[in-house]
Design a protein around this ligand. Structure first.
Ligand code: OGA
Ligand code: NI
Length: 351
């Protein structure tokens, strides 16, 4: 697909729009059927988003049960919450805190790591190519954190002064956790445990994104993040501790993803959907806004080495389950082009 060559229209950070609530720009608001973004269903006790326990996954007497739970989660919801992942509550608070501290800085200070036009990395808001596009009510800091030699430190905030060290520590924790999760996913499909890890390569990448959602006077008519599925292999989401907002689409209905203290939400991204030949699927999700409270979440997107070709694993292709996806390479690139046009990028890979 040809590269887009439009000129980006640079808009104000959402945080500044809030200062003028009587006059919200039209391209943030949904008029039609907009009411009720916030009243999604709460999953029932019986069919809740599964909670996977890493301790149980690692001990022989409970591992099989936990793997079965994981398999079910990824086949039915495309996501789960993970507990006992080894990160302390105080550390997760710290990760949220550095994000909030950054967004609370004066704008001149934040602009020191502003992203550049047509580039996602750094501090900024939605990339806009056309005034017709509906925009997300969110400001972000987006950083490539792995591989190490691809870090662009000019986009990494220096304020608060423990921002960088905290991000580095969080990256290392999630790098290790990614290995545990990808191995478990492969095992739950009766594959060799390294199957998915090998496909991702030694130079797999990780992108960290702080999503800051200022409160909005019209919460039923704006979205923090419009419906999308992630282009990652898997995504880790550290939710805000108090303010809900994440919703996931299942059987054509929106469900709230409950806040569990210290759990991380993990969802399948398009590239695991492809690797698993559609057995695991990449769920459509969105974020809604609160009328009074700010919300901060931290997303970590894992993605394979950009040189690796990603296609369904051989063992998951057979007569009763023919190959469903074409090979893709450097998927985040394809993803960004489609996303801007409002098309689900995985459609490009479906046979
Ligand atoms: C994302 C995402 C949800 C949230 O960053 O891709 O889906 O609640 N975030 O912030
Ligand atoms: Ni997402």
């Amino acid at each position: 697909m040809a590269k887009r060559c439009e000129v980006e229209i640079v808009g104000k950070p959402v945080q500044e729009l809030v200062l003028n609530p009587e006059n919200l720009p039209k391209n943030y608001t949904y008029d039609e059927g907009g009411a009720g973004f916030r009243d999604a269903l709460v999953p029932s006790q019986d069919e809740n988003i599964p909670v996977v326990d890493i301790h149980r996954l690692s001990s022989p007497s409970t591992a099989q049960q936990e793997l079965a739970k994981l398999h079910h989660a990824l086949h039915s919801w495309g996501c789960f919450q993970v507990i006992n992942h080894g990160m302390e509550s105080s550390f997760l608070n710290k990760v949220r805190e550095i994000g909030k501290q950054f967004f609370h800085l004066p704008k001149e200070e934040k602009k020191k790591c502003a992203r550049e036009p047509n580039n996602v990395e750094g501090y900024g808001n939605d990339i806009v190519y056309s005034q017709k596009h509906r925009l997300d009510w969110t400001d972000r800091v987006y950083l490539k954190v792995l591989p190490e030699d691809q870090r662009n430190f000019k986009f990494w905030p220096q304020n608060p002064n423990d921002f960088r060290s905290t991000v580095l520590q969080y990256t290392e924790s999630l790098r290790l956790l990614t290995e545990v999760i990808l191995k478990a996913m492969a095992k739950s499909l009766n594959l060799e445990e390294d199957s998915f890890l090998n496909e991702c390569g030694e130079r797999a990448a990780m992108f960290l994104r702080f999503n800051y959602y200022p409160p909005c006077p019209m919460p039923d008519h704006v979205l923090g993040l419009r419906p999308h599925a992630d282009g990652s292999t898997i995504t880790f989401l550290l939710q805000d501790k108090q303010v809900e907002g994440l919703q996931v689409l299942k059987d054509d209905q929106w469900f709230k993803v409950p806040i569990i203290p210290d759990a991380l939400v993990i969802n399948v991204g398009d590239q695991i959907e492809i690797l698993s030949n559609g057995i695991f699927w990449s769920p459509v999700h969105r974020a809604v806004i609160d009328a009074e409270k700010e919300r901060l979440t931290v997303a970590m997107f894992c993605t394979p080495d950009s040189e690796k070709e990603i296609k369904p694993v051989d063992k998951l292709v057979n007569e009763s389950r023919p190959v469903l996806y074409r090979p893709v390479k450097n998927y985040p690139e394809i993803y960004n082009q489609y996303y801007q046009q409002g098309i689900r990028p995985i459609e490009a890979s479906k046979i």
